[in-house]
Design a protein around this ligand. Structure first.
Ligand SMILES: Nc1ncnc2c1ncn2[C@@H]1O[C@H](COP(=O)(O)OP(=O)(O)OP(=O)(O)O)[C@@H](O)[C@H]1O
Length: 250
């Protein structure tokens, strides 16, 4: 079976600084993978490179999505193929309600205007699934959203786009327990056997709420160790010292 996402010996730089130094990863449909790692190991870089952020240059290796290389594809094309990166829109968008924002996102990913009625039915069913209040969708994007509400908007976006592969880059921006629960509950409801999920965690806490089947430790731009959920517990107890010590020896 062709993996959903296959990252082969990926190397990427920003300016003349190499950050990803030969990263390999295979994700099949139905699997949740978590990437953990010390600060500065390249986690956000990986998320950005997967979605085709032009600020990063891929200098080697390949990224295959459903068996096809995405390296030459724009971020829009990747999204149309079914890749989703949780869109952290930190700036408020005045005058654009969440419902309109989501509709534009669905139209962009489908490459056609989705009939309003069809869109509303989908949106309302997903809002019910995620227990999102109807008034919430009428608010302006990010205008006064709390951390938890931003997450709720992001998860609703993932729900209506129905991606084959979702990449969640969970940066620690002071999110409270509510925000973590929102992400975890949504992930648990939206995951299905046809979908893959890559959870990039900048802090351990999130894995108390989502149990990935596979955990990878990213150190200095490479996967230093892979394992099951027990690896997250091991890291919680021991931290990254041994990985950093090995790196210092190399
Ligand atoms: N725009 C940039 N210009 C220069 N260096 C950068 C830039 N973006 C990232 N880096 C460097 O690349 C390395 C990896 O950064 P990245 O943000 O991917 O790490 P991370 O694992 O996500 O870290 P954290 O857990 O602290 O969020 C760091 O050394 C960082 O300073």
């Amino acid at each position: 079976m062709t993996p959903l996402l296959e990252i082969r010996n990926l190397r990427a730089s920003i300016g003349d600084k190499e950050i990803l130094k030969g990263l390999n990863l295979v994700i099949n449909a139905g699997e949740i993978h978590a990437i953990m790692g010390p600060n500065g190991s390249g986690k956000s870089t990986l998320a950005n490179v997967l979605m085709g952020n032009p600020a990063y240059t891929v200098t080697g290796g390949d990224i295959l999505f459903k068996g096809e290389s995405v390296l030459e594809m724009s971020p829009d094309e990747r999204a149309r193929k079914g890749l989703f990166l949780a869109f952290q829109y930190p700036v408020p968008i005045p005058g654009v309600t969440l419902v309109n924002f989501l509709r534009q996102a669905v139209n962009a990913v489908r490459g056609e205007e989705v009939p309003i009625r069809e869109f509303r039915e989908k949106l309302f069913s997903k809002m019910e699934l995620l227990k999102v209040d109807q008034d919430f969708a009428r608010r302006y994007v990010n205008d006064g959203f709390s951390g938890g509400e931003k997450k709720r908007a992001e998860m609703l976006q993932m729900a209506v786009l129905e991606p084959a592969m979702a990449i969640l880059d969970e940066t620690d921006s002071g999110l409270d327990i509510d925000a973590l629960r929102t992400v975890a509950e949504a992930v648990n409801k939206l995951m299905n056997p046809n979908m893959g999920l890559l959870l990039i965690t900048h802090y351990q806490r999130l894995l108390n709420y989502i149990r990935p089947q596979f955990v990878h430790v990213l150190v200095d731009g490479r996967i230093a160790r892979s394992g099951g959920p027990e690896l997250a517990e091991y890291l919680e107890a021991r931290g990254y010292d041994e990985f950093l010590a090995e790196l210092a020896k190399a």
